[in-house]
Design a binder for this molecule. Sequence first.
Ligand code: XMP
Length: 516
Amino acid sequence: MDIKQSKILILDYGSQYTQLIARRVRELDVYCEIYAWDADAEDIKAFDPQGVILSGGPESVHQDNAPTLNEVVLSLNVPILGVCYGMQLLNVHYGGEVEGSETKEFGYAQVELTHSSELFKKIDHTILDVWMSHGDHVKALAPVFTATAQTTSTPYAACQHIDKPIYCVQFHPEVEHTKDGRAILSQFVHEICGCKKLWKTANIIETHVENIKNQIGSDKVLLGLSGGVDSSVVAALLHQAIGDQLVCVFVDTGLLRYKEGDAVMAMMADKMDINVIRINAQEHYYDALAGVVDPETKRKIIGELFIRIFEQEAHRLQGVKWLAQGTIYPDVIESAGAKTGKAHVIKSHHNVGGLPKDLSLKLVEPLKDLFKDEVRQLGVQLGLAEEMVYRHPFPGPGLGVRILGEVKAEYAEVLARADHIFIEELRRHDLYDKTSQAFAVFLPVKSVGVVGDARRYEYVIALRAVETIDFMTAQWARLPYDFIELVSRRIINEITHVSRVVYDVSSKPPATIEWE
Ligand code: XMP
């Protein structure tokens, strides 16, 4: 089965929501890819989509060097949906007028459907709650377009071509706040473009397993297992495809979550019967980090040591031909980007070291066409524990960035335990999934406390919890006071070396999520 047979192309004009459009389309069980707005005509033709979506973008069509309509999409003779900036581009192309306005329309708005449209066929009411995010708007509609929706501030909140399957919306159907967004996208993708629902988890696993088998044959594959979601899912998927030909190396850095090393072995080696070599490198890491306080140097040491240990192990193994990596689709999109550098995809940042480059192994990256949500769904389906698959993100350098200043074994132990108490209570109080990331931070300063009649000077633990969509901006989580009190009391009572717990009330920006 070719599960990529039905597919949609999304041209990225730089909107912060472009990836969200792609995720929505995939949730509709249809494959899609994101190309930069100025992608080569030949590549676009070769992709051969059944429909095209033009994303929004931060630019104004009137700005110098603003991204322009990639006209090849018109020659494909497939349906097109222009979202926000995409709508403005299509209007300008067909002779309409777009004007800037002093005030940006941002946030919730109500749209009234004014004209029957194929695009809104699944909607049985005329007033829609939508999400707007634009500065410019269409002032005069192109003669080939008919308006299909209005707001109190514009008569052109949506429009469509009079005789071609070209549709435009000024609002963002991909955003959760647009209540009928899914119905609109489904109508476009399934009915207007006629895409079949082939992109389903079970099919993805089946096809990926098949592809891996074909690619790898009877060779051996090496994988660095970190305990994180991506590498665990790669392991589970490869294991399903090639069983014992997979060898995983798991390096316990001593900077992992509480008892993470044992948990990884219990899940991957014992439960799933995957070949895992555990390397206890804790002392190595603490030695290498002794006396180092600069955060960037710490990151570098941790990354390089991982590569060294991993390489040593790889050289000991006989006959390995492939190195598996947990690259996922957003990594691929982010490293591609627009040629003209105008459409800016938000970058995820600072990943440590990467993996060895000089092992002369061939690369296998079985998740590179999947979004994180899809990777998680695959993981659950492949038998990984849901609790593990839906965990908060954990930085590559681990506790190395959460122990301020010098890293010591003693600090790591205190921090891992405090963090564990915090996470355990968040789960117990049903708050874990309401926060995007939560953790404890170790402050190497001593503060006074009293136990019985005695004063004692011990370390400070900071609790950090944030709510965020994209980790680029974040709000500190408004956890209940009583809950914080409970966590604080447990940490101080159960961990002798902590005398004080504080709660971080900084949002990002100006603060960052990690303390480093
Ligand atoms: P900041 O602290 O920059 O963090 O607001 C944003 C997100 O990135 C994670 N983070 C890292 N992840 N290696 C990683 O793999 C790192 O060095 C690193 N530093 C921060 C952080 O946990 C948050 O999710």
